[in-house]
Ligand binder design. Sequence first.
Ligand code: HEM
Length: 431
Amino acid sequence: MTTQAPQCPFHGNSETRSVDAESVRGSSDQARTTASHDAADYPVADWVDVAELASDPYPTYARLRAESPIAWVPQLNKFLVTNYAGCHTVEQDQEIFSANVSGSTMTRAVGARPMLRKDDPEHSADRAPVNPVLRPKSIKEVWGPVFERNAETYLEKFAEIGPREADLNRDYAAPVASQNLIDLLGLKDVSVDQVRRWSHDFIAGMGNVLDDQSIWDRCDSSTEEADRLLEELIPYYRQNPDASMVSAFANSGLPTSNVTANIKLTISGGINEPQHMVTNMVWALSNHHEQRAQVLADPALWASVFDEAVRWQSPIGMYPRETTRETVLEGVRIPAGAGIGVVVASANHDAAHFGGSAADFDIHRPKRPHLAFGSGVHLCAGHWAAKTSIGQVAVPLAYKRFPGLRVDERRNESWDGWVFRGLTSLPVTWN
Ligand code: HEM
């Protein structure tokens, strides 16, 4: 780690070119315009290797936290904030650390600025309509039975694939997470494959910092399909309101462009992360036999398993902010207009907050807040939905049906990503 006065990183076109392509709400929004500032002294972590981050980011995070938890990373064109205190401070101050980042590819991908790229008060106006749909009571009473039905449906198909061929990610986590979101949104008769394609195309658009036309073409074609459906659904739900998110948005009085942008944001963000949590939980329990036995004997522990797994292997590793003025964060001076990467996956392993065993999976660890769902005004709108649909329903029901469920060590698993991280394949068996 060097501390130096580098050449101004905010002059000229500073698009990030090396970030992992799967990035959604994070590395996507990195194209920024010039911000002038006086040369400043700040730590520079020019050793960070983006390929290593994508294959296993945790050693890099540990070194950044130890050497310099707020550091300029030239390859990413960002200051990475990797400790808990720094991430928490950023999240509590939207006036200095704005979510309205310059050159947002997210806005381009979903057709208008969604809530995740707004600060209050505009942000809260977009978010308020769906808050009642996503509160614990509504999730438990209205949506709990729907999540159960979806889990049972896909466990049936999963059983047919059998314990020698089944891939938990492909054959259960992906379709269950998609169907849950289709129902919660109220998208009616679209298929899980279609919505997953939309989700992937929007995500690719949000990550299209190199302006690849073929990516925009796919994103635009999915946008067109989704917009066509929403053109029918929005008037329908105005006449026939129900408990779904599209209904809440349709009756919110928000302009249609805000409504459709926020629905497309939810389609992009509401599938991959719950999907990754199904596999993360099963992977964690397969590698911790004692804790697995404990939760199978005492289902009240499922809430702790979910919470610990989402902290330990956070599906969203990093998301962006931008400074609105020069500021000092944890003793490091950061210029105005700087890109900030809030690395919550690293903050969630910070021993200064979680103690010396922060890197271990321990469902009995003393409760401390973590940042896997963010914090502050953008705290994940769907966190109760995710905790319930995955932590209380999809995974416990999978173990109920297949008590022997575990990673199949005869076949290879694979992890990928750091901005968004999860198992891309998890072969399992249960006999
Ligand atoms: C385990 C699953 C999930 C994880 C780990 C997760 C994580 C996150 C994080 C970290 C943020 C904040 C990003 C930022 O501040 O830039 C966020 C925001 C958001 N999430 Fe989730 N999410 C999950 C599931 C869901 C689901 C199921 C939905 C939809 C029902 C959803 C909808 C949203 C929305 C709409 C926002 C934007 C909130 C705002 O700007 O106020 N998420 N999520």
